[in-house]
Design a protein around this ligand. Structure first.
Ligand SMILES: CC(=O)N[C@H]1[C@@H](OP(=O)(O)OP(=O)(O)OC[C@H]2O[C@@H](n3ccc(=O)[nH]c3=O)[C@H](O)[C@@H]2O)O[C@H](CO)[C@H](O)[C@@H]1O
Ligand SMILES: [Mn+2]
Length: 348
């Protein structure tokens, strides 16, 4: 009898333990689902500032995908591949394009690119478009938006299936600074029209050509490109706006990197916030009679200082043809062509 009682107690205890484990398991799964739902809600409402979120979805790869074994011991040692806020810095040799394509291609994403060809800059458009066909998001749905005042001069470029060219008319200007800076306003408006038809957007300078692969490795919530001219310098030498009266002001001892105005991007919502903010600050400055040292590039740098990019692209993603290649740059993917400023700009 005594022995039987002992057995019953043990069974009850075991059952209680099992129920406890089961309860914890279910409760944990519920919390995981709940946290995903919460992320979605924040996305819809729009955060007041850019949220650092590199991946917006679970990274699923096909079963049995074959690729080179990753290592946490071997890799690039000549460059830094992560920022202090833990955003990846994309260099050749830090990612596997086969793996990334297998993650992003099935998601059927659309990538938009904006490019402005106002006035004589129309002459750069053909090379830009032709080389983008060869290197920029090959195999993805790509919508290129050309903003120009010379719609009839837009070259006919054969585009692959799934890739489209859209031409939008914009007014001309007598000042190149204004053409360059007003891009933010037009990018803001474009994104408002696109709604959710597009997933990612990149805003690029037209006086440039693609020379190498630019694909899914560059995708992120807010993406900035390191300017090729200053990344070896101390930040005191960065050409930030240094007058405190400007809204693009960055104080001495502040700032992370010097980013390019000629290439930036990310999720639509994030780029919209960036463009809207830079435009508002540029216009407010103008009312006060001040134009930042490097127009919208200065405002972009100011924005990225408080809204850290979730992905940083190395200078491989915007080099300059007149610069000889530094040893850490294993591949030039996109590069500014040499131009005769006096010949192509409406003012000097
Ligand atoms: C590589 C890079 O980061 N370049 C930036 C840099 O000088 P850049 O010398 O590269 O500026 P830029 O002359 O290329 O002008 C920027 C862009 O504005 C457009 N454009 C300009 C003038 C014109 O008459 N027609 C026209 O269409 C065109 O798309 C051009 O690519 O500083 C500029 C400051 O304003 C911009 O931030 C550029 O993006
Ligand atoms: Mn340029």
């Amino acid at each position: 009898m005594h022995l039987l009682n002992g057995k019953i107690v043990t069974v009850i205890l075991l059952l209680a333990l099992l129920l406890g484990v089961l309860y914890c398991y279910i409760f944990q799964s519920y919390r995981v689902v709940g946290s995903f739902e919460q992320t979605d809600v924040t996305q819809v409402d729009g955060p007041p500032q850019a949220v650092i979120r590199t991946h917006d979805f679970p990274l699923v790869v096909p079963n049995h995908l074959q690729y080179k074994q990753p290592s946490i011991l071997q890799g690039r040692t000549d460059v830094v591949t992560v920022t202090p806020w833990l955003a990846p810095v994309v260099w050749e040799g830090t990612f596997n394009p086969v793996l990334l394509d297998s993650i992003y291609r099935p998601r059927n994403i659309t990538v938009a690119a904006t490019v402005f060809a106002v006035g004589k800059y129309i002459k750069f458009l053909k090379d830009f478009l032709e080389t983008s066909e060869q290197h920029f998001f090959v195999g993805f749905k790509v919508h290129v938006y050309v903003f120009t005042d010379r719609a009839q001069e837009v070259p006919q470029v054969k585009m692959a299936a799934g890739r489209q060219l859209m031409v939008r008319s914009v007014p001309s200007s007598k000042r190149w600074q204004e053409i360059s800076a007003r891009r933010m306003e037009m990018i803001q408006t474009l994104i408002e029209e696109l709604h959710n038809s597009t997933d990612y957007i990149f805003c690029l300078d037209v006086d440039s050509k693609f020379h190498g692969h630019w694909g899914a490795e560059s995708l992120g919530s807010l993406v900035a490109v390191i300017h090729p001219g200053y990344y070896r310098d101390d930040r005191s030498r960065f050409p930030y706006e240094r007058r405190p009266t400007s809204r693009a002001y960055i104080a001495p001892g502040e700032g992370d990197f010097y980013y390019c105005g000629g290439a930036f991007g990310g999720r639509l919502q994030e780029v919209h916030l960036l463009a809207k903010t830079c435009r508002a600050n540029f216009e407010a400055d103008a009312k006060d009679g001040i134009e930042a040292a490097w127009q919208e590039e200065s405002h972009l740098n100011r924005y990225m200082w408080t809204n850290k990019p979730s992905k940083v692209l190395s200078p491989e993603y915007l080099w300059q043809d007149f610069k000889s290649r530094n040893p850490e740059v294993h591949i030039v993917r996109f590069s500014g062509v040499i131009k005769n400023y006096a010949e192509i700009r409406p003012n000097v």
